[in-house]
Design a protein around this ligand. Sequence first.
Ligand code: 13P
Ligand code: SF4
Length: 397
Amino acid sequence: MSFARYSRLLPDNLRRATDARSSLHAICAEFLAQSEDKLFERLALNYPLVLRLSTFVPRKCEMTETALTELPTDFASFSRDVRRLARERDAIVLAHNYQVPWIQDVADHVGDSLALSRIAAKSHAEMIVFCGVHFMAETAKILSPEKTVLIPDPNAGCSLADTVTPEQVMTWKKEHPKAIVVAYVNTSAAVKAEVDLCCTSSNAVDIVNSLPADAEILFLPDYFLGAHVARVTGRNVSLWMGECHVHAAITPVTLRRRLEESPDSQLLVHPECGCTSAALYLVGAGEIPAERTHIVSTGSMVDFAKNAGDAHVLVATETGIIHQLQSVNPGATFEAVNPAAVCRYMKMITPKKLLNCLRDREMTSYYEVKVDEQIRLRALKSVEAMIAIGTPSSFGE
Ligand code: 13P
Ligand code: SF4
């Protein structure tokens, strides 16, 4: 049986873990094809990930899709329906930058995970409909327990978030009793409850810099973002070996090839990418100028795009961002470094599911994101630190 077919047969949470494993397969293939860039180091570092991927927290979802709604064939009537239903339910619709175009275009706010968390915390609406993945909706619920938070598909998880469990965090903390634990927002509420601070890609450096200079820091779960933060801050950071299968597959070899094809391009790289170190290496080696290389969150990519004039811009992240970049600056050309970098979990949120979620009041409990109150209270302190620290992305706020 092929790997792809095998993966399709697995339950959702195991499939996400398998996605993370499949990125290791990609690394192996790349290593065999080209042994430069010290790929073997990364391969060796990732073996513990394979071992750690054996335990997962299953989430119970009885249904995968309700089929009440026929999707209008044109965006104008879809948008009218969503706006009317949102008004009737006193809901705001938030969409992450990786969502499909219709959802980005109909949402009240589109942004990166930090901007959306801040908007969720400030909103006076009774209901938040979160078009993104589950941990993002959970973060909104942690910040706004009095609001009803809905997600149009409760199965939209995250392969990166599934690489670490609360039990694993507890064990890691026991091994480093004096360490401060910083978790990327791409984690479950139960993991957030075990850590000291959370961060997103847009404020990870600020968060780590806010800690005492001699602190021992444990950073989880994303290895590439953690390595980037350690490099920029020069702090004593130990890394969890988790990774996002979508970003890990944007590899140094692909990046180098795309830069050879378009040598005068600007380059935007999300720090979760497998090619982040390669981009910095190419800057260090003088192969691409530092002023054309930007390692930033999706929100900062949008900020950059607004002032990019008619530039040609290569973008290393999930391809949904291209729609947002092109919308804020139709004069520039934005191209994905790897057009296959599509997050299937983000794309589980479809226009039809958004309409169903808003329309079908009897199914509210199916769509509702709930967080146990004891876990929420423990997670709240780390999430509050996350939204308080760092320069907000101007977009979406
Ligand atoms: P941002 O914080 O840049 O929105 O990224 C979130 C994410 O899931 C990246 O894969
Ligand atoms: Fe998770 Fe983002 Fe990767 Fe999708 S692209 S699996 S949401 S980290």
